[in-house]
Design a protein around this ligand. Structure first.
Ligand code: FAD
Length: 480
């Protein structure tokens, strides 16, 4: 089995893409975007649409789609990247949260629309999202989650409850007791979206420089050299001076001076099977290509790929000491074994199918688990990210929003509650490492205690599991 090589998704496209040129030397631009993932590329795409004459450059440390955008689970999900309660503290209260959620739902279609317009072939299928409960405790949590959605005004068109039979009719997950179905979600091949989007951005006149790591972002407000205001992105090849410099580095942000504790690089790992035989697919179903997850505290996410495989991911080792990131996506054997175990439990029909490739990547988590899109016109500095694992659709909405903010266009997007949202900094080490590892150890223990079992004292054990899971959510602030 292969491990690393950034991701299976890139290998399926024939390996790493042909490398674009590095920055040739010091340069000037109107807008300089740091990071060539979905956030940077969508921002460039929409900004070039709004301001076709603007000189826009993207500086990318490796290649466009090297980060989470070329490694993710391929869920274009409308899930809120953050907590309703926290966003509702903003000036527009609950109404602002409802607007943000509505925008995220329509963003799923917007991603599909651009893929069609730009001929980006990324296996986009809007099959909805299914979360499955496989234990009574998970079912209780799923029902409580649905009651919470209803209290916020979400009807059947946003979330509907499925019985065990209805769930298995869609996807035959062993032991499924019930499910929650949300139509606003699509399945994609992530690297194909990143590659296609980078090409679309270039067609709009944007220059992408690859193998060009930015070592520092600095405001130069008031400097005559920079035309009175603006900022600098520093690289080994020279500085890029621009009116606006936008940091779009999500899980890698801690590598930039001054941002070490802004976003925690949370690790997520995936495995993909060999293609399943037709007999296995007949037993499993999954003809709607829904994106799939379970209701465990340390949950998994999965998709049926266009080439007939199951790709499944989960947290694994959640965080590396000192906000370190992986080397080319190599993940740990224990994580691969754990994901394989869940896969075989959920799909006995895939029991004999081998695993072909494993990899991992980092996503950005703010201390309050709430994403932000921020632009400060006087300094010309802006950033977006911190989508806490729900970044595929959110990066499109964030990119459109950042483009409006930089262009100075007031729009319904620029008053959404994540605009200008600030989270406090993460704790210094070793508290950061201890906290994150302690939290996931707690979640795994809670999941083990909640697992169905015929033991005496089972009920007390399940209650303890539920209590530990809730305690983890409360202490960490993870929204559910
Ligand atoms: C394994 C995994 C599974 C996931 N699954 C899902 C999912 O199914 N659905 C979902 O919604 N979200 C998912 N996510 C999260 C989602 O992929 C991310 O939130 C999203 O892709 C973030 O996009 P981005 O452009 O902000 O960051 P990235 O895609 O990480 O891009 C950042 C880019 O910046 C570059 N960079 C970093 N530092 C510098 C520097 N100093 N100078 C220049 N360039 C730099 C990096 O090389 C990288 O290309 C997953 C994430 C992972 C890791």
């Amino acid at each position: 089995m292969r491990n690393g090589e950034v991701s299976y998704w890139w290998r399926a496209l024939g390996g790493f893409p042909a490398r674009r040129a590095s920055l040739p030397g010091p340069a000037e631009a109107d807008v300089c975007i740091v990071g060539g993932g979905y956030t940077g590329l969508w921002t460039a795409y929409y900004l070039a649409g709004l301001r076709p004459q603007a000189r826009i450059v993207v500086l990318e440390a490796a290649f466009a789609g090297y980060g989470a955008s070329g490694r993710n689970g391929g869920w274009v999900t409308s899930e809120l990247p953050g907590s309703r309660a926290v966003y509702a503290r903003g000036p527009r209260g609950a109404a602002g949260v409802r607007d943000l959620e509505a925008e995220l739902r329509s963003t799923v279609n917007e991603v599909g629309r651009v893929c069609e317009t730009e001929s980006i072939d990324c296996d986009f299928i809007r099959g909805g999202r299914l979360s499955v409960a496989t234990s009574p405790a998970q079912l209780a949590r799923l029902r409580a989650g649905l009651a919470h959605q209803r209290a916020w005004g979400d009807g059947d068109d946003v979330y509907s409850f499925l019985s065990g039979d209805e769930t298995r009719e869609r996807i035959n997950v062993a032991g499924a007791l019930g499910g929650l179905y949300a139509p606003d979600s699509a399945r994609i091949q992530p690297a194909a979206l990143a590659a296609g989007l980078a090409a679309a951005v270039e067609r709009r006149g944007v220059t992408i420089y690859e193998a060009t790591p930015v070592t520092e972002i600095l405001p130069v407000s008031g400097s005559a050299e920079a035309g009175g205001a603006g900022a600098v992105a520093r690289t080994v090849f020279g500085d890029v001076r621009a009116r606006s410099v936008l940091r779009c580095t999500e899980g890698f942000t801690a590598g930039l001076p001054g941002s070490r504790r802004a976003l925690l690089p949370m690790n997520s790992s995936m495995v993909v099977t060999e293609p399943l035989p037709a007999t296995a697919w007949k037993q499993i179903g999954w003809d709607g290509f829904e994106t799939l997850s379970d209701e465990a505290h340390a949950y998994v996410y999965a998709q049926r790929t266009a080439d007939g495989r199951i790709a499944i991911g989960g947290r694994g080792v959640p965080y590396r000491f000192g906000s370190a990131v992986d080397q080319l996506g190599v993940t740990q054997p224990s994580t691969i074994a754990a994901l394989a175990g869940v896969l075989r439990r959920m799909f006995p029909a895939a029991g004999d199918v081998g695993l072909e490739h494993a990899w991992c990547g980092v996503l950005g988590v703010p201390r309050d688990w709430c994403a932000s899109v921020t632009y400060d016109p006087p300094s010309g500095l802006g950033w977006a990210g911190g989508y806490t694992g729900h970044g595929v659709a959110a990066a499109n909405l964030a990119g459109r929003t950042l483009a409006d903010l930089v262009a100075g266009e007031s729009s319904p997007l620029t008053s959404l509650p994540w605009v200008g949202h600030r989270s406090r900094a993460w704790e210094p080490e070793p508290a950061r490492w201890t906290g994150v590892h302690g939290l996931y150890a707690l979640y795994r223990l809670a999941d083990r205690l909640e697992a169905p079992s015929a033991d005496r004292g089972g009920q007390a054990r399940v209650m303890l599991g539920e209590a530990l899971g809730r305690a983890g959510d409360l202490v960490s602030g993870i929204p559910h």
